[in-house]
Design a protein around this ligand. Structure first.
Ligand SMILES: Cc1ncc(COP(=O)(O)O)c(C=O)c1O
Length: 425
């Protein structure tokens, strides 16, 4: 059925030419069911958040139990048990030292909260100039203006806004296999000299640890985080980890920070936080950050409070999601996914294919240019798989509950596309 979507403005789309979207009428496990009877294995977990698959009985039950009590109460002056329990749980499972949880409603808002918190931390301590940020090239942190400002302003999707929104500092993205790589060393050297010259006006370094998502689907050595932490400490600049995409197992450890045992000053979580059921973010700060907001002067307080922060249903879903991750040993499921992805696509070669890489439950094929992926979505659809390439990257980030056959179905479509490219030349 062709859909009339004029009244529905779709994301990241030229509405004049966008192909009609596919209509999902049911979703169960890793499968999406379309109105024409097509069944699709979801290879990207609805933008990386539906980690337990769709319509999960445990999450459904948790949501229903909360719903019969109430869906939402404001967090100003009132509180709900799910929000309290979730805050305690997040403090328990995130890197040690992160002790205070501020809820928001999406990844972008979680990032905005982190940026605002970092600026006010310094203001509360009397450093009024420290209000700018350093970020990594190829980084992506969201679509709101503060988050856009720390996303790559040359190659990123928001480059149109360069010079219009806040201007921040950037250093080259790290890369390579280890910390000695030229990319890591160049990035650290740039960071060192940038912080040395400008630390009086820099509030924080913000980065996506280990895996840069929408800015290039790139991995970099975890030791970089350790070195970045040292430089931030040396030059008195805060460190913010945006774990919106990496949080909850995606890179093979519960949080990407765990690869390097580094604690940031502020960490942002969202996406998989509720198992993909609701929008919710958590911006989590250390005691040092939190305590700078305490005092007798009302001006010291953090003046922030999204209407839906701590939404009880979203928090109940998040609690059930984390319980599943812990009780069903998801990290071992992710290990199996990683092994299969490595067997199937790591190091794959082909025409126009520049790189094939894997980390945790992430498999990426990088092509020369976006035109190498034209028609891929329909190609995959005809083979029962939902994939949505971005730019020149064809990637899979499947739900962690995927079984071996379904995962191999996804990778076989990716490999078939590479063979198809070989034949097209
Ligand atoms: C690392 C990172 N930060 C922030 C965001 C923004 O999250 P949201 O789309 O929930 O606003 C994303 C979304 O892809 C992301 O990957």
């Amino acid at each position: 059925m062709t859909l009339q979507v004029d009244s529905l403005w779709l994301p990241y789309a030229q509405m004049k030419t966008v192909p009609s979207p596919y209509r999902v009428v049911r979703a169960e496990g890793v499968k999406l069911y379309l109105d024409d009877g097509t069944q699709l294995i979801d290879g990207i977990s609805s933008w990386w958040c539906v980690i337990h698959g769709y319509n999960h009985p445990v999450l459904n039950k948790a949501v229903q139990e909360q719903l019969v009590k109430f869906a939402h109460v404001m967090l100003g002056g009132l509180v709900n048990d799910s929000a309290i329990e979730l805050a305690n749980t997040l403090v328990r499972i995130t890197p040690s030292g992160l002790n205070h949880v501020f809820f928001g409603d999406s990844g972008s808002v979680g990032v905005e909260i982190a940026l605002k918190m970092a600026i006010q931390f310094w203001r509360n301590k009397g450093f009024l100039q420290k209000s700018r940020f350093v970020a990594l090239r190829r980084g992506y942190h969201g679509d709101t203006t503060g988050a856009m400002s720390v996303s790559d302003d040359d190659e990123g999707m928001h480059r149109l806004f360069k010079g219009v929104i806040l201007s921040q500092y950037f250093v080259d993205a790290p890369g390579g296999d280890n910390i000695e790589s030229s990319e890591c060393q160049a990035s650290l050297n740039q960071l060192d000299s940038l912080l040395q010259s400008n630390n009086s006006e820099i509030a924080a370094l913000i980065l996506e640890p280990v895996f840069q998502g929408a800015g290039g689907f790139r991995f970099y050595p975890p030791e970089y985080l350790f070195q970045a932490r040292k430089l931030c400490d040396k030059y008195e600049v805060l460190l913010i980890f945006d774990e919106v995409a990496t949080g909850f197992g995606r890179t093979g450890t519960l949080f990407a920070a765990d690869h390097a045992s580094v604690t940031p000053d502020i960490m942002v979580l969202s996406k998989a936080l509720t198992g993909g059921y609701f929008g919710l973010s958590a911006t989590i700060a250390t005691n040092q950050i939190y305590e700078s907001f305490l005092g007798d002067d009302p001006e010291l307080a953090f003046m922030h409070g999204p209407t839906f922060m701590g939404n009880a249903v979203a928090c109940a879903a998040a609690l059930a999601s984390i319980k599943l991750i812990e009780t069903e040993n998801y990290l071992s499921k992710i290990k199996v996914i990683e092994q299969i992805l490595r067997q199937e696509i790591q190091g794959l070669e082909g025409t126009s294919l520049c790189d094939a890489r894997v980390l945790g439950a992430i498999g990426v094929l990088e092509f020369e240019c976006p035109s190498n992926l034209m028609g891929l979505k329909e190609f995959a659809l005809n083979r029962g798989v939902w994939l949505r390439p971005y730019g020149k990257w064809l990637y899979t980030m499947p739900p962690y509950v995927i079984d071996e056959n379904d995962l191999r179905q996804i990778t076989s479509v990716m490999k078939e596309w590479v063979s198809y490219q070989n034949k097209r030349i």
